[in-house]
Design a protein around this ligand. Structure first.
Ligand SMILES: Cc1ncc(COP(=O)(O)O)c(C=O)c1O
Length: 394
């Protein structure tokens, strides 16, 4: 779609669900902020001070939110802690936390710390097949003694997309707070966080938002909660018009901006500033349509040419996100073998090869080549040579 806007590495890149590619716009924005630093030094804060807020209208579009309901800040886990400090209020019998057994571990670590502090349980929605969740099991988790449920929009391993709107209604009915981790859907799948009535959400921008390694993440707080005071406060969340009056008393900025804590990295924020230009050129509906076209084609190719790789990503468009995961006992070795052939997938323990054809820059031809290389590797067994190789990124 916008392949020419990105700096495409040699080979075939199918790991945009882990780290999105650099774009010319991002590099230009970072260069601009670097120059401001050199030429203006501290005076640069004139334009940097409200930089995160200037990104909110575009982010709001991506997340289906009002501009004041979102802010680019922090990172997923840090934002999750900040939001749990505000939204997790165990009272009486209603005190436990609920997440899923297929969540990214960092979310579970954050929830465990809060459960420990409150002497509550962290319960996990079970998976019947180890890769996906059943609607019935998720609904059953919304019990009267649960204070807060955290759900992923898209499961990081299998790529299953959950019907968050349905669970937000259920949460409201039951008086349970619903938080959402949108790491694997932000920039890939349209959201309606406001209309669904989700209480809060967190996401990162180094995946499908292409903002760069360790780029600032984002958070959403529903408008209905604007009267709440953030549980973790810092000067960056103070009312912007009076930050430099240096009051001892915290007055929150209106909306999600109040959840900022510290001075942001302007260079990192610039990566996001530039990356969002692509989302101003192409709307989320078109991005999703192209992503579905690519994943559909990829799954058909995998079924046809490499049937021994079991696609664990749900087939139905309404149940899958932007990546395709296949199961094979030697997935780790296949991932290393693909890399040695210039194709970059990623591996998720214990047996998943995860690949994302990204709407902005991947093509059908790349998927066809990838499947042919996989066929060759499976036929020759040459991937076995990587058995002794230990690497951090596989
Ligand atoms: C689904 C999900 N949640 C949380 C995280 C952790 O993100 P962070 O390092 O920004 O806290 C990741 C990282 O990739 C993730 O994929």
């Amino acid at each position: 779609m916008l392949r020419q806007d990105f700096i495409y590495p040699t080979g075939i890149y199918l790991d945009g669900n882990s780290l999105g590619l650099a774009s010319h716009a991002s590099l230009k924005a970072i260069e601009r902020r670097l120059q401001e630093w050199q030429q203006q030094a501290v005076n640069g804060w004139e334009s940097w001070f409200g930089l995160a807020e200037t990104l909110s209208p575009t982010l709001a579009n991506l997340m289906g939110a009002l501009p004041e309901e979102v802010i680019a800040t922090g990172s997923i886990t840090m934002n999750l802690h900040a939001l749990l400090a505000t939204f997790y209020k165990p009272t009486g019998q209603r005190r436990h936390l609920m997440a899923t057994s297929l969540d990214f571990p960092s979310d579970l670590y954050a929830l465990q710390s809060w459960a420990e502090r409150e002497g509550a349980e962290l319960r996990l929605i079970p998976s019947r097949d180890g890769y996906t969740l059943e609607e019935e099991d998720i609904r059953a988790a919304f019990q009267d003694d649960v204070a807060l449920v955290l759900l992923p929009t898209v499961l990081y391993a299998s790529g299953q997309l959950l019907d968050i709107g349905q669970y937000a209604s259920l949460a409201r009915e039951k008086g349970i707070v619903l938080g959402v981790d949108a790491a694997h859907s932000a920039g890939s799948v349209p959201h309606q966080l406001h209309d669904w009535g989700v209480d809060f959400a967190v996401w990162c921008s180094y995946k499908y938002l292409n903002a760069g390694p360790g780029a600032p993440g984002g958070l959403f707080v529903h408008q209905k909660h604007f009267a709440k005071l953030p549980g973790l406060r810092g000067w960056w969340g103070h009312q912007k018009s009076s930050t430099f009056e240096m009051h001892q008393h915290f007055t929150p900025e209106h909306g999600a901006g109040a959840y900022q804590i510290s001075t942001p990295s302007i260079l990192a924020l610039a990566g996001l500033e530039g990356a969002l230009e692509a989302f101003q050129k192409v709307g989320m509906q078109d991005i999703r349509a192209r992503s579905l076209e690519l994943t559909e084609h990829f799954m058909a190719l995998l079924d046809q040419h490499t049937p021994e790789l079991k696609v664990v990503t749900p087939r139905k468009a309404e149940h899958r996100g932007g990546h395709v995961s296949v199961q094979h006992p030697d997935a780790r070795l296949l991932s290393l073998a693909l890399r040695s052939r210039g194709i970059v997938p990623d591996f998720r323990t214990p047996d998943l090869l995860r690949m994302a054809p990204v709407a902005f820059y991947n093509t059908e031809e790349e998927l066809e080549k990838t499947v042919l290389v996989l066929r060759e590797l499976l036929d020759s067994g040459s991937y076995q040579q990587f058995r002794q190789q230990e690497t951090r990124v596989v």
